[in-house]
Write a protein that binds this ligand. Structure first.
Ligand SMILES: [Cu+2]
Length: 149
């Protein structure tokens, strides 16, 4: 009976892992979109090419990823693209204090439908966490500043 329970547990685990797989594996990390003469904006997929907003084995994954990206992101112009499984994760902007403590009860704004396309309006740090369960404490969090010009 114990062995049977273990098998059921493993089947559930594998199914969950498959649900967590990348939403769109082919989406390039950075895309330039021209909207008029001399006017364009970029989309930047959080987590890199085919990236998705999900729990990673490295809890500092997103804050390591951002280091090469921040200088590319123009405030008020470019979009961060968060791909995630609806109902399993959210993207919520929170205060710095709530970001540091992973407080999920006082978000500034919550995005529940993937993809969340978010413009950083200014060159200040913006803090994003998942508000589901303990995902933030497991590293599903990103503090990012748009430093491009
Ligand atoms: Cu989550």
């Amino acid at each position: 009976m114990e062995a049977f329970k273990l098998i059921i547990f493993m089947v559930v685990m594998v199914t969950c892992m498959q649900i967590h797989r990348t939403v769109d594996g082919n989406q390039p990390e950075v895309q330039n979109i021209t909207i008029g003469v001399g006017q364009s904006y970029k989309t930047i997929v959080v987590g890199g090419t085919g990236g998705s907003w999900t729990i990673q084995s490295d809890p500092s994954f997103y804050n390591t990823w951002k280091k090469d990206q921040e200088k590319l992101i123009k405030p008020g112009v470019d979009y961060l693209v968060f791909n995630f499984q609806n109902g399993i994760h959210t993207v919520a902007e929170v205060s710095t204090a709530d970001y540091n403590s992973c407080t999920i009860t006082k978000p500034i704004k919550v995005y529940s439908i993937s993809p969340a396309n978010i413009i950083l309006p200014d060159a200040k740090p913006h803090n994003f966490i998942c508000t589901i369960g303990d995902h933030c404490k497991k590293g599903l969090k990103l503090s990012i500043t748009a430093l491009g010009h």
